[in-house]
Design a protein around this ligand. Structure first.
Ligand SMILES: Nc1ncnc2c1ncn2[C@@H]1O[C@H](COP(=O)(O)OP(=O)(O)OP(=O)(O)O)[C@@H](O)[C@H]1O
Ligand SMILES: [Mg+2]
Length: 377
């Protein structure tokens, strides 16, 4: 097979961090090439170098596409070559329609006037290719993340994609949506589209990848060929972490003690719809040293339960009892819940968990200012 992309000796540094150190990556025309590695290994940085997000001159090394050296100054340059990157955080405009999103910046227009009939018919064709049957005028905010991801791919197809880069496309998807997306990737491959798939989910990688490049600490560790040999997950993990993992889930012998946290008959009503009871008399307890899982389908109320217990951050008209070490505690506000010794790590870390404009130090100490100050300073 012909080589479509060659990245040679790519080195990229940020102040104080060498994110990429002499990385090599070869992608053959027509393959699905997975790039895997632990958090912070350098996968996204490598793709940003490739797509011109980090322009030529801001890194060392050479990129060849279709046999010729390239020097992208920005993503417009890489897109002109047919290299399209879909970032993990979706970049659609929620209030615009599917059609408007697909052709944003790439409008079907003559002399500055958009041709809507053409836009809509092209949108319908593209949506069919990715298996969506929504009308082109549907607003993107009405679609779930799974379908939005498919719209992102339709948008890539609108631009004559030759190399499609997906940075953790399934991280936020449920299993059925993930499966659909992987099927689509295989279908696009049958149509000759090459792709690079970044994923932490090794079962998905094993399912679709032709070859797998493992990156560790900013350096290429190996490229494994899944077409010529069966690559076990254990093998990939060994390259990712740099040693044999005898126990993927190490044995633990927890010391389970007495009941520490006790929730009795906890009932919570919907914040806006006064007649909807969201949590109905939930009771459970956690013993000292225990890890207790809360399982349920999407929408079952797991997050609502946790958030309502932690400072009543969800719902209204809370009733029931919360006890710590056998004594009732006041968790009626976030500050009181923290004072009582509870901590909450949210599922939406970017919106609810962190103040992104602030430093790591400020974020880490924010919930415990008393612990880092003396007499209020
Ligand atoms: N803009 C930046 N400024 C400074 N350091 C950065 C920047 N972007 C990435 N890094 C650092 O470069 C290294 C590689 O990060 P990168 O995001 O490429 O990792 P990754 O493999 O994509 O990780 P993940 O699986 O968590 O997405 C990390 O140490 C990261 O902290
Ligand atoms: Mg990343």
């Amino acid at each position: 097979m012909a080589t479509l992309l060659e990245m040679r000796g790519i080195t990229k540094t940020f102040p104080g961090v060498r994110a990429l150190d002499n990385v090599n990556l070869d992608v053959e025309a027509g393959e699905i090439h997975a790039v895997v590695g632990e958090n912070g290994a350098g996968k996204s940085t490598l793709m940003k170098v490739l797509s011109g997000v980090y322009p030529h001159g801001s890194y060392d090394g050479e990129i060849r596409f279709d046999g010729a050296p390239v020097a992208f100054r920005g993503i417009t340059d890489s897109e002109a070559c047919g290299i399209i990157i879909i970032h993990q955080e979706l970049a659609l405009v929620p209030l615009l329609s599917i059609a408007e999103n697909l052709f944003l910046g790439n409008e079907a227009a003559t002399r500055g006037v958009i041709s809507w009939p053409e836009t809509f018919s092209r949108t319908e064709r593209l949506l069919r290719k990715v298996g969506l049957s929504e009308p082109p005028t549907t607003r993107v905010e009405k679609l779930g993340v799974g379908k939005q991801q498919l719209v992102e791919i339709a948008k890539a197809l609108a631009k004559d994609v030759r190399l499609l880069i997906l940075d953790e496309p399934t991280a936020a998807l449920q299993e059925t949506d993930s499966a659909k997306l992987l099927d689509l990737l295989l279908e696009l491959k049958a149509q000759g589209i090459t792709s690079i798939l970044i994923s932490h989910k090794l079962s998905e990688v094993s399912r679709v990848a032709d070859r797998i490049t493992v990156i560790r600490d900013g350096a290429t560790v190996s490229t494994l060929n899944a077409r010529t040999e069966t690559i076990s997950e254990a093998r990939i993990i060994r390259d990712m972490v740099g040693r044999d993992m005898a126990h993927r889930y190490p044995e633990r012998t927890p010391q389970i003690g007495e009941v520490l946290f006790d929730v009795r008959d906890w009932t919570v009503w919907h914040p806006e719809q006064a007649d909807r009871r969201m949590i109905r008399g939930a009771s459970f307890h956690v013993r000292r040293g225990e890890i207790v899982g809360i399982a349920g389908l999407m929408g079952a109320g797991r997050t609502e339960l946790a958030m309502s217990l932690f400072g009543r951050n969800y719902g209204r008209n809370h009733t029931g009892e919360v006890l710590l070490n056998g004594a009732p505690i006041d968790t009626s506000t976030t500050a009181r819940a923290i004072a009582a010794g509870l901590a909450y790590v949210t599922e939406d870390r970017k919106a609810l968990g962190l103040i992104l404009d602030e430093s790591v130090a400020r974020n880490v100490t924010l919930a415990n200012l008393a612990g880092v100050s003396r007499r209020g300073v």
